[in-house]
Design a protein around this ligand. Structure first.
Ligand code: ZN
Length: 894
């Protein structure tokens, strides 16, 4: 298993010895071979600390090198070496023109990295290291070059030929071929290169920038999807305007293109001027896409667009800096969604994702800082840590600096580094220089992994009207670092009086309090910098209830011993939407834990009256935002409940949570039904925030009510769900009803509905994926056989990542099935990893990560998971899967 274990370290970084000033590509698409001629204008880099006359270019074993020329003269084989995938050119002069001619076979490329064929079209994915599958190149993000790309192909099959930048020339050739030339004036690294050749239709729009330039917006899709582009175009225009208004960033080319591709490993890719999207992340229509999908698509369109500045104009020096562009851009797209829709609901969604998946990664064998120090395969680090925790880190800088200084910092960053490839240190330096705030300790967030716990205690002194808050921080050891230095983090908080009003805050000047604690009227941001600190508030006239970690101001676990009374108080009174929801969640988690221990002792679970009262108050309050009510009354997911347990007992979590669902439905049946009826709008379909919130709330109520059908009712609520399905009003309602009905372990009920749904939508790949996902992720035991049968379904294609995610990914998320005590779920996933690793290592490695997180499971499951990991380790693995499996097995010995 050691042949794959070559590790790349951040500390070994060196500037490139050569610079490629211009890159001229001539790509001729042919049936059997595609020819790639690359003409590079190269010179030695005077900034290199180790000058060398040898130019080393990365390629791939699948490239057939035909010829190498220097300054127009063919080099013979004594002038260069081709070893494996590396091409070394000897004795290069100061400046020269290097031309290589290669043959590749994109139609055989199932890794979907580099140039490949998806359906009838050719397209590319070059981040992180896909360009080396196209030609030999300095495939590293700090090698910036000006690209000109000429593409030629048979005109009938590939009428559309696209690449980055602006179109320069096009025309017909002999033999039914045609060509197009594109030029991108902005120097860019190879990972931002893109090209497309296909038979696509175009949807057009236009955006006028703040300085009055007209930008053509074009979305290219297959003809049968042409009606699904409006939402992406509208989202794009809103994003372009928002980035001008909030960050002062204007678009720079005259053309912005998006292409939808069915076979794609990721969500979307920000190639300069030519974004390539997974079809699922751009195409939307109310009949085929749920509200959640609409929101996700808008977020992704915004994200890729925002990369034009945070990623393309200012890019990464090396891949260890990935969070420089991803953390910042995820933060920007979250801000955009929060500004455009409900900020509190967006925050709750982001925190839920972070705490469920990133906290799990931070506690598992793949734990890494947002700027990793080493990797075997960089594709493994396109992770929730680099993206979502990276965004939290940028968000903390924003909180510490405040709005005005944060904007000053981002302006300085973009201005100072435009056209450069830089590091996360450069980003922090710009923020610090612009604000005058010392962020040197803050940088530990970039180098230390693990989720810190904030242990907070308090004491009220009624004689002196003083309130003392003592904050301690600790972070568990992770592989890269055993003993952690204290983090610098913002703790946003307020003190509430007995009426729930925020009390005025006066902080005592004290040596133990360092940094600039921001007093913002009646709430404040405390600078936490030490392992333990005490803050004293003066003039506090009554015993307050602390509202802590408002807006989830830092990615930490909060350990404060709230009483149930305090939580009930915060759940009804706190003005901070996040804290209000968090108080509800804590109450629901505590109640679910009681239900779990009742189940464990085979006794009956009795729901507490105060919790019922609180949930009732939310359900009947028509003044509240329905989207927020849906969040307040929703039970935490099984995955998040697992995160909160010391030892994870998958079955007990499932039965405990189901018992809670039934208990809540029993206690609040009439309120749930009234709320359902109130929100069930059968009028004209609308996508306002209110309408979307009402659908979310209504479907939450319907899900609760259907828990009753399994016991004392005769299918009364099933009928409501079936009626909602039959109405076929929109995919949000149809999908929710179907999800509820097929979750009921009643195949007589589910089978005809699933058959009808498939019949209706079999021509739409996006909906077929939803159909797979609903069945394979259903939250009831005994699914494996059905999932295995679906692998033989005509619509399943193991080479299509969306289908694999819908079937295998959904199965893994159904914890009771993936973690079945006989080990069958692990063995199935092990089989799939081995199959996929033969042609798509990136997708295979993604499926291996959950197997590696065995540590908190019961001993029996730990043994079964490790058994699969060992089985994998005995196979010939890609370096992607090797890294995940070997790190997981190593963690067993710690
Ligand atoms: Zn991104």
């Amino acid at each position: 298993m050691t042949q794959n274990s070559q590790v790349t370290y951040l500390k070994d970084y060196q500037v490139p010895s050569f610079i490629i000033e211009t890159t001229d590509l001539d790509i001729r698409i042919g049936d059997e071979y595609t020819s790639v001629v690359a003409r590079l204008k190269v010179r030695r880099n005077s900034a290199s600390s180790e000058p060398s006359s040898e130019l080393v270019l990365q390629g791939s074993k699948d490239i057939k090198l035909q010829e190498v020329m220097m300054n127009g003269l063919i080099l013979d084989k004594s002038n260069y070496d081709l070893e494996g995938s590396v091409l070394s050119i000897h004795q290069c002069p100061e400046a020269f023109e290097l031309t290589t001619e290669c043959l590749i076979q994109p139609q055989l490329n199932a890794s979907l990295e580099g140039l490949y064929k998806s359906g009838g079209m050719y397209c590319t994915q070059c981040e992180a290291e896909g360009f080396r599958n196209i030609t030999y190149y300095l495939d590293r993000p700090d090698a910036l070059s000006v690209f000109t790309t000429r593409i030629s192909a048979p005109k009938v099959s590939y009428p559309i030929l696209l690449s980055n930048g602006n179109p320069v020339e096009q025309g017909d050739l002999d033999n039914g071929e045609h060509f197009a030339v594109w030029h991108d004036p902005f120097p860019k690294p190879a990972y931002l290169f893109a090209m497309v050749a296909g038979n696509l239709v175009r949807q057009d729009d236009v955006f006028t920038t703040v300085s009055g330039r007209k930008v053509d917006l074009q979305i290219f899709v297959e003809a049968h999807n042409s009606h699904k582009c409006d939402h992406a175009l509208e989202s794009l225009k809103r994003s372009m305007l928002w980035d001008e208004q909030v960050y002062g960033r204007e678009y720079d080319l005259d053309l912005f293109m998006i292409v939808a591709v069915d076979d794609f490993n990721m969500g979307a890719m920000e190639n300069k001027g030519l974004n390539i999207f997974n079809s699922d992340c751009v195409l939307a229509d109310p009949a085929t896409s749920s509200d959640a999908m609409f929101e996700r698509i808008e977020g992704i369109v915004a994200h890729e667009y925002f990369h034009n500045w945070s990623g393309n104009r200012v890019t990464c020096r090396d891949w260890f800096q990935l969070s420089l562009k991803e953390g910042f851009t995820v933060y920007r797209d979250s801000q955009y969604t929060a500004d455009t829709y409900s900020a509190a609901v967006k925050r709750i969604d982001d925190v839920t994702l972070l705490r469920t998946h990133q906290f799990a990664e931070d506690a598992g064998p793949m734990a890494h800082p947002i700027r990793p120090a080493s990797y075997i395969e960089i594709n493994n680090f396109y992770s929730v840590t680099v993206y979502e925790k990276g965004a939290e880190v940028v968000g903390m800088i924003h909180t510490l600096l405040g709005d005005a200084l944060f904007r000053k910092g981002s302006d300085l960053y973009f201005g100072r580094h435009d056209g450069q490839a830089v590091t996360t240190d450069d980003f922090v330096a710009a923020m610090s220089d612009a604000s005058g705030i010392d962020l040197s300790q803050f940088k530990h967030w970039y180098s230390q992994a693990g989720t810190p716990t904030l242990a907070i205690t308090d004491a009220y002194d009624a004689t002196n009207n003083e309130y003392r808050l003592t904050v301690g921080q600790s972070t568990p050891a992770t592989a890269e670092c055993q003993k952690k230095l204290p983090f610098h983090l913002p703790l946003r908080m307020a003190l509430l009086d007995t009426n729930g009003l925020e009390m005025p805050l006066t902080l005592r000047d004290d040596d133990s309090v360092q940094g600039d604690n921001l007093l913002l009227g009646n709430s404040c941001v405390l600078n936490i910098t030490q392992a333990q600190q005490t803050f004293v508030f003066e003039g506090v006239m009554e015993q307050p209830t602390p509202s802590l970690l408002r807006g989830f101001s830092a990615p930490v676990k909060l350990d404060y011993a709230y009483t149930q009374e305090q939580l009930l108080f915060l759940a009804s009174k706190d003005q901070d939407g996040f804290c209000r929801w968090e108080a509800c969640q804590r109450l629901l988690i505590e109640a679910t834990e009681l239900a779990m221990s009742a189940m464990n002792q085979s006794s009956h679970y009795q729901l507490g009256d105060s919790l019922v009262t609180m949930l009732r108050a939310s359900l009947v309050d028509e003044t509240l935002d329905p989207a927020m009510v849906a969040k307040l009354v929703q039970l935490p997911s099984e995955a998040y409940l697992a995160e909160t347990q010391t030892t994870v007992d998958v079955d007990l979590i499932h039965t405990g949570r189901e018992a809670m669902r039934l208990a809540i439905a029993t206690a609040l049946e009439s309120e749930l039904l009234a709320c359902y009826n109130r929100c069930h709008d059968i009028g004209l379909f609308s996508q306002t925030g209110k309408a979307i919130g009402q659908r979310a709330l209504k479907n939450t109520c319907l899900s609760y009510l259907n828990a009753l059908d399994s016991v004392q009712y005769q299918g009364q609520y099933q009928t409501i769900a079936r009626d909602q399905y039959a109405l076929q009003a929109n995919m949000t309602d149809v999908g929710a009803a179907l999800h509820i009905l097929i979750g009921q372990n009643n195949s007589e009920l589910a089978a005809p509905l699933l058959a009808e749904f498939y019949q209706r939508w079999q021509g739409d790949a996006q909906v077929v994926c939803q159909w797979f996902a609903m069945q394979c992720g259903a939250n009831r035991p005994g699914l494996l056989k059905q999932v295995q049968d679906l692998l033989d379904h005509d619509a399943f294609d193991i080479r299509n990542p969306n289908k694999v995610r819908s079937v295998v990914g959904s199965f893994i998320r159904s914890a009771i099935n993936f973690h079945a005590v006989d080990g069958s779920g692990y063995a199935f996933v092990g089989d799939m990893i081995l199959k996929l690793d033969n042609f798509n290592p990136m997708i295979a490695a993604g499926l291996a990560k959950p197997l590696g997180r065995f540590k908190r499971h019961t001993p029996q499951r730990q043994a079964l998971m490790q058994q699969q990991l060992r089985r994998l380790s005995e196979a010939q693995l890609s370096k992607d899967v090797f890294e995940v499996v070997s790190r997981a097995l190593d963690s067993a010995n710690v």
